[in-house]
Design a protein around this ligand. Structure first.
Ligand code: HEM
Length: 505
């Protein structure tokens, strides 16, 4: 009886799988999109079983050579449409219709809730509208002081290793710096992660980011139920850290709301005069904007605000960590570029290593600008992004059925020889000499759902990297990077440099 039931169920599954895949494959074929043949039920899962986050780059190259810049694969019953064609990017990223994120993002949902990164539809539109003005030049300008102060702390912690011999993995260093910066700018609190990496909130953020990164790699951890069964201790740690982070943000939001209400009740001429008992100068954090915002005339609740603050904490630290550390790595390995950078810094800021940098200085560091741009092309901190179609939709002239997972391969597109000459060479000057297609150069994505923190990120990177270069010569020490395609680009061998105190001659 059991066997009969099982066989009956299996037959039903096979027929359903066949019909489902045939229907979607027809759509794809009509749009000129093909891909490898798969097995019933399993699809193409077995052909990727030996791949990992390092080998995936070569795998993608192989698929592109065989099937072109758009191909499809099946993972059990779920298809993935893999795309590295800037024209398809242009169509999809400019669309106001295809804005929902695909299942790739579920891994961060327990932490971030339904904030700006994950939300869709009317909620996303309303939140995006609130946030857009907060990245105005005037608001970013007041953050330059924070970038500078936290970069100074970073430099201080690095002096003891700056002996010209010690290999320094920049990833954890940049991570704590970025964490200090985003905590102060997003929440208005100093967490001093660089001086005290064991501060529970800082530890929880880095641990959760690491667990999410591992879940991305390990098949058994990717989906919730197998994760809880095969790695219960990690699942427990993850939940514990997420609860701690939520508690922390909840408390900050409550305190900040009380302070804001008090300030308004006391008749402060501007509600932004929030006095702060955590030692931070009066300054408008992203959180303050949210506390004063309304959607349809109603203020945001603490829960609404928490998901946005958490989103900024995640999006605003792991990405810049990757960007800062890979840029340092590339500068260390290109001494002639480093020399040009240092000359520019001396010309703009002068020889006083401790003079705080200003917004004007940052804007004048033009060569640093293109070095960072090229570094973000070469090692994009966000190597892939994903969308899911909510309905049948025409993208770049191709009819794509509803519920299709689309994976935009930013890393691959950023090294496309059709759009970048010598794409595997690090050439900052290409941003002066070549006409760069805006939909091929997409480290911050593009269109209405692009990175809202782009200007913030570039200023932060310029500030931290120029500070490092003012104090140290970066040396090409340690193992070469082994990029890992993760939610954020990391490296299996660390992102290593050496440092020597800078001598001003
Ligand atoms: C070098 C650093 C950064 C890179 C390369 C980067 C890249 C990106 C990319 C590619 C997206 C699109 C994601 C998608 O479509 O799923 C994105 C979205 C986003 N980024 Fe960034 N980012 C960086 C830094 C930042 C910073 C510093 C912040 C905050 C201060 C931030 C906040 C966000 C938010 C909130 C979104 C979601 C926007 C939306 O969906 O409307 N990012 N970022």
């Amino acid at each position: 009886m059991f066997l009969e039931l099982f066989l009956g169920f299996l037959t039903f599954l096979l027929i359903w799988d066949f019909i489902h895949k045939r229907r979607k494959n027809k759509f794809f074929e009509n749009a000129g999109i093909t891909g490898p043949k798969g097995l019933p039920l399993f699809g193409n899962v077995l052909s990727t079983i030996n791949e990992n986050t390092e080998t995936i780059f070569e795998f993608i190259k192989g698929m592109r050579n065989e099937y072109g810049k758009i191909w499809r694969m099946w993972f059990f019953h779920q298809e993935g449409l893999f795309v590295q064609d800037p024209r398809f990017f242009e169509s999809i990223l400019s669309s106001q219709q295809v804005i929902s994120k695909n299942k790739l993002y579920n891994l961060v949902a327990p932490w971030l809730g339904n904030g700006l990164l994950l939300s869709t539809g009317a909620k996303w539109h309303a939140r995006r509208k609130i946030f857009t003005p907060t990245f105005h030049f005037k608001i970013l300008e007041q953050f330059v002081e924070i970038f500078d102060q936290q970069s100074a702390v970073m430099v201080k912690t690095l002096y003891e290793k700056a002996d010209g011999k010690t290999v320094i993995n920049m990833f954890p260093v940049a991570c704590l710096t970025a964490l200090d910066i985003i905590a102060e700018t997003a929440m208005g609190v100093r967490i001093n992660a660089q001086m005290n990496p064991d501060f529970p909130y800082a530890k929880a953020v880095t641990e959760v980011a690491n667990i999410v990164a591992t879940r991305f790699i390990k098949g058994n951890q990717r989906f919730d139920i197998p994760f809880m069964i095969t790695a219960p201790h990690i699942a427990y740690r993850l939940n514990k850290h997420i609860a701690l982070m939520h508690n922390f943000t909840d408390t900050v939001i409550k305190d900040r709301r009380v302070a804001l209400e008090k300030s308004i009740a006391e008749g402060s001429n501007t509600p932004l005069d929030v006095s702060d008992d955590m030692g931070v100068k009066k300054r408008m954090a992203f959180l303050d904007v949210l506390l004063q915002s309304t959607v349809d005339g109603k203020p945001l609740t603490n829960a609404d605000i928490r998901e946005e603050v958490d989103t900024f904490m995640f999006e605003g630290h792991d990405t810049t960590t990757s960007g800062i550390s890979y840029t340092c790595y590339l500068i260390a390995r290109h001494p002639e570029i480093q020399q040009k950078l240092f000359d520019e810094i001396r010309e703009v800021i002068g020889d006083d290593k401790n003079k705080p940098i200003t917004m004007k200085d940052l804007q004048e560091l033009k060569y640093l600008d293109i070095v960072i741009k090229e570094s973000l092309r070469f090692y994009p901190p966000v190597p892939i992004i994903g969308r899911i179609t909510d309905s049948d939709v025409v993208i770049d002239g191709k009819l794509i059925p509803a519920n299709t997972n689309i994976i935009l391969l930013l890393y691959a597109a950023l090294r496309d020889p059709d759009y970048f000459s010598n794409p595997d060479k690090f050439i900052p000057e290409r941003f002066l000499n070549e006409k760069i297609d805006p939909f091929a150069n997409v480290p911050f994505s593009a269109g209405p759902r692009n990175c809202i923190g782009q200007k913030f990120a570039l200023l932060e990177m310029k500030s931290t990297i120029s500070k490092l270069l003012r104090h140290f010569e970066l040396l090409p020490l340690g193992a070469e990077v082994r990029p890992m395609q993760n939610l954020i680009l990391r490296s299996a061998s660390g992102i290593n440099v050496g440092l020597r105190p800078r001598v001003y001659s």
